[in-house]
Design a protein around this ligand. Sequence first.
Ligand SMILES: Nc1ncnc2c1ncn2[C@@H]1O[C@H](COP(=O)(O)OP(=O)(O)OP(=O)(O)O)[C@@H](O)[C@H]1O
Ligand SMILES: [Mg+2]
Length: 145
Amino acid sequence: MKSTHNLAEFQQVGRDFALGLTPLLDRATVVGLYGDLGAGKTTFVQAVAKALGVSETVNSPTFLIFKRYQLPVTGSGYSSLVHIDAYRLKNSDELRRLRFSELLADPANLILVEWADRVADLLPKHHHQLHFEFVDDTTRRISFS
Ligand SMILES: Nc1ncnc2c1ncn2[C@@H]1O[C@H](COP(=O)(O)OP(=O)(O)OP(=O)(O)O)[C@@H](O)[C@H]1O
Ligand SMILES: [Mg+2]
């Protein structure tokens, strides 16, 4: 568990997390981001994306379900960062229809899922789970499991 006391500290946790990731051999790396509205999930994804070399602006893909960003060839070992926001999904069917299983099958994908609990049945049982908690305007608690 980590507490961050300002945005810069929080972003540093995102950078450190990103730099600690390595591709798996047989499937995509999946990171589930759990926590209430405004807890910092998108902000965390933005920090991860920046650390891995994404230069485009990463916005919340709420109305698109997911967005894919190319990653630089040298660096993390991943070729794409996929940002999913499951907030407006009632269940996992919509994501299933978007051929989510193909994304999951590719070790070159790093997949970050906001509101991961809404699509829990589609995620690999073992994935990185990050829980974000709003404490006050500037303070967040992040726990890893
Ligand atoms: N660690 C932080 N310190 C201060 N402000 C933060 C921090 N993290 C996020 N914020 C601010 O809180 C607001 C909401 O953050 P963010 O969009 O990342 O939350 P979210 O968990 O993705 O919310 P949603 O569930 O709506 O997608 C933003 O204005 C962001 O700048
Ligand atoms: Mg968000």
